[in-house]
Design a binder for this molecule. Structure first.
Ligand SMILES: [Mn+2]
Length: 496
């Protein structure tokens, strides 16, 4: 019986009655990109040279390392180096300081580091030796950490009158001329540097303090081939993590089980960490943009929205998929999904060198508005599509998940996310101002609202601008509804 059935199937297949099924094998993260020491050092030297070229003459840039952050009692959060210091040195250790001086056009780069201390190393592991720091950073002048304070104090005293400008990494609203709204350690240092030094004698000119971020952020916007390879690895780990969660979703009962599968994959593939807390929302929880609790049930018939990204070597992916737990989109889920998918396609078409972030916003808005209108979730006289789509369509991506940079025009090497979404929140209509227009609006869309409520869909891909358009860094993660369904059908399994 079984045999006859098989033969019949083969015959039908041969006759072309059954389309060939591509077998969608789960994605396995390829090995991490490898670079020689020389390549790595050349990359760091390139970045520093670019920074130095933009520093005004007779200036000093001071980059302090991140400070440990208290978790509880005597326990800190996992230490993560400050991005710009890492960008220029690859040093991961606490209490590192980078000082770059540009004086009469001559550059001096100095790294300050705590001296190795056997009693500290007993508790916390090996500290960098001078040779380690030289090899990792490529900077030849490595001095003890205590001397960093001496160098900073010398700046405060204006001991070298030639130096007129100091760059710090300032946070907050640095547009304030007096720096009043800057905050943190660096703001305090900024104030001290700008104050006239105590003591007798002729008063030197006040030091000018500029924000080093203005220089470094701009460079970080364009990802070199080296950076692109690392970011691709973070995307690949995230791709594998998404798929693994899809495979078990039909056999779990709680959201945290899917989150565990994702973060297990991150760790297993040696990601540094996640780039942002994982968002795993089943059913109505998918309509909360940054839902991080993972305490809800996962039910057959639900969609699950997962916005999760691995971080690798300080670069983070940012990837969202929305998939059906039972492996099949319902008609209503598919209606919403297709609009979001089409908006993504429109964004990808609009994104190219010379186009801007505004262009892709408009491209997405147009598709989302038309789609929602067709479904009856907004009306021609009141097309308030932002009721169901309340965020931007994308952001720069890099060392920060919402990466730095103040330019808006695309250039090759820029990386960004393409992430439209529609969220039919069950209470959305309750918060509309009670006006005659809104009353009419609510009455008109009520049937569609009842049909689609509690469906949340976001699809988010990581894109890189190429000379001619875009490349989808996330292209290995199924995105079309039929591809997601085929993948789940071919790969669903129970948890191990
Ligand atoms: Mn994002």
């Amino acid at each position: 019986m079984k045999r006859i059935f098989t033969i019949a199937l083969i015959a039908m297949f041969a006759a072309g009655a059954i389309p060939a099924l591509a077998s969608p094998a789960p994605f396995i993260t390829p090995p991490a990109p490898q670079f020689t020491e020389a390549e790595r050092q050349a990359e760091l030297a390139r970045r520093r040279a670019a920074v130095e070229a933009k520093m005004v003459d007779n200036s000093v840039m001071v980059l302090l390392s991140a400070e440990p952050k208290l978790y509880t009692g005597d326990v800190d959060y996992v230490f993560r180096q400050e991005n710009d210091l890492y960008y220029l040195t690859n040093l991961k250790q606490q209490d590192a300081t980078l000082v770059i001086q540009k004086k009469a056009g001559k550059i001096t780069e100095t790294v300050y580091l705590p001296k190795r201390d056997p009693s500290q190393e007993t508790w916390k592991g090996k500290m960098y030796s001078v040779e380690d720091a030289e090899r990792i950073s490529g900077i030849k002048r490595v001095l003890p950490a205590e001397e960093a304070q001496i160098a900073i104090d010398a700046l405060k005293r204006r001991s070298d009158p030639a130096i007129q400008t100091v760059y710090l990494l300032l946070e907050g609203d640095t547009g304030e001329p007096d720096g009043q709204r800057e905050f943190g350690r660096e703001a305090a240092l900024s104030k001290q540097l700008k104050a006239a030094p105590a003591g007798k004698g002729p008063r030197p000119r006040p030091l000018k303090v500029l924000n080093g971020r203005d220089i470094i952020d701009d460079l970080r916007m364009i990802k070199s081939r080296y950076e692109q390879k690392l970011l691709q690895h973070a995307v690949d780990i995230s791709t594998e993590a998404h798929e693994r969660a899809w495979m078990i979703a039909g056999n779990v009962s709680m959201e945290y089980e899917l989150q565990a599968e994702v973060e297990y994959t991150f760790r297993r593939r040696n990601a540094d960490f996640w780039g942002y807390p994982s968002i795993v929302g089943a059913g109505a929880n998918g309509t909360t943009l940054h839902y991080e609790e993972s305490q809800g049930p996962v039910r057959l018939g639900d969609l699950v929205l997962m916005d999760v990204g691995a971080e690798y070597d300080h670069l983070t992916a940012d990837v969202t998929r929305t998939f059906p737990v039972n492996g099949k989109f319902s008609k209503e889920q598919a209606d919403i999904y297709q609009i979001v998918y089409d908006a993504q396609e429109a964004v990808a078409k609009a994104a190219k060198p010379g186009a801007s972030m505004m262009d892709i916003e408009f491209a997405a808005d147009e598709v989302l508005k038309n789609g929602l209108l067709k479904l009856g979730l907004i009306t021609p006289e009141n097309p308030q599509y932002q009721l169901w789509y309340m965020h931007g369509v994308g952001h720069w991506l890099g060392m920060n998940v919402h990466d730095v940079g103040s330019r808006f025009t695309f250039e090759p090497g820029m990386t960004f996310t393409n992430e439209p979404g529609i969220y039919i929140r069950a209470d959305a209509l309750d918060y509309l101002p009670d006006t005659p227009e809104n009353r009419a609006f609510k009455a008109k869309i009520r049937p569609a609202f009842e049909k689609y409520k509690n469906i949340g869909v976001r699809i988010e891909d990581d894109m890189i601008i190429t000379p001619t358009g875009v490349e989808w860094m996330t292209k290995n993660l199924p995105r079309k509804m039929s591809d997601i369904e085929d993948f789940i059908a071919a790969n669903k399994r129970s948890q191990q």
